[in-house]
Design a protein around this ligand. Structure first.
Ligand code: TMP
Length: 199
């Protein structure tokens, strides 16, 4: 089973993943917990480049997209595919839907570019994706409380509105895979909602 978790900043993804992880472990499952961009030493270096705020030049939107997929290719080959082959459940904090929401809906890149990358470089897709949805202002204030903001978190509210709308589009198109969770609920309620889908 391959499960991904999506949403804009500060919606409680990390808390939910941790709860699902502990629940599956307690059931005796073998679970691989991982994240994107990142999840391997090399992909984590690409992540650092993507999130850094101190670049001397602006990162081109195409560069951002391609770095996401460079990290993803590495992550698939090193972590996701071997874990699935070993019969583990993979819990992944973000996957290709984030590229659609952030790079296409948010930055304005064409969906064709993404489809090209997905068709050529993504061998496995999640069976189920949890989209934690909440008003973007709620999440942004939580992100601000956490401390220094990364290159994405520094974006303005209008960017996150576009990202949220991108997730909404995906959810409407792929309702069989993508499950919307109301992230305004308490962490326990969000977890219960997720569990009801997993059952
Ligand atoms: P995180 O803060 O949830 O760990 O994710 C890091 C940032 O990377 C987050 O702001 C969303 C962004 N991102 C993309 O823009 N495209 C992608 O494909 C992925 C995986 C993440």
């Amino acid at each position: 089973m391959f499960i991904s978790f999506e949403g804009t900043e500060g919606v409680g993804k990390t808390t939910l993943i941790r709860k699902v992880y502990e629940h599956l472990l307690a059931q005796g499952q073998q679970v691989q917990l991982t994240r994107e961009p990142g999840g391997t030493p090399m992909a984590e270096q690409i992540r650092a480049l993507l999130l850094a705020v101190n670049h001397e030049e602006n990162m081109a939107d195409d560069t951002e997209l391609l770095l996401m997929y460079a990290a993803r290719a590495q992550h698939l080959q090193q972590v996701i595919v071997p874990a699935l082959a070993a019969g583990k459940t993979v819990l992944c904090d973000r996957f290709t839907d984030a590229s659609f929401a952030y790079q296409c809906a948010g930055r304005g890149l064409s969906a064709e570019k993404l489809q090209l990358l997905n068709a050529n470089f993504v061998s496995h897709m999640p069976q189920i994706t949890f989209w934690l949805d909440a008003p973007t202002e709620l999440g942004m204030s939580r992100a601000r409380e956490r401390g220094a903001l990364d290159r994405f978190e520094q974006e303005k509210a209008v960017f996150f509105e576009k990202v949220r709308a991108g997730y909404q589009t995906l959810w409407q198109q792929e309702g069989a895979r993508i499950k919307r969770l109301d992230a305004c609920q308490s962490p326990d309620q969000v977890f219960e909602q997720a569990l009801s889908y997993l059952k």
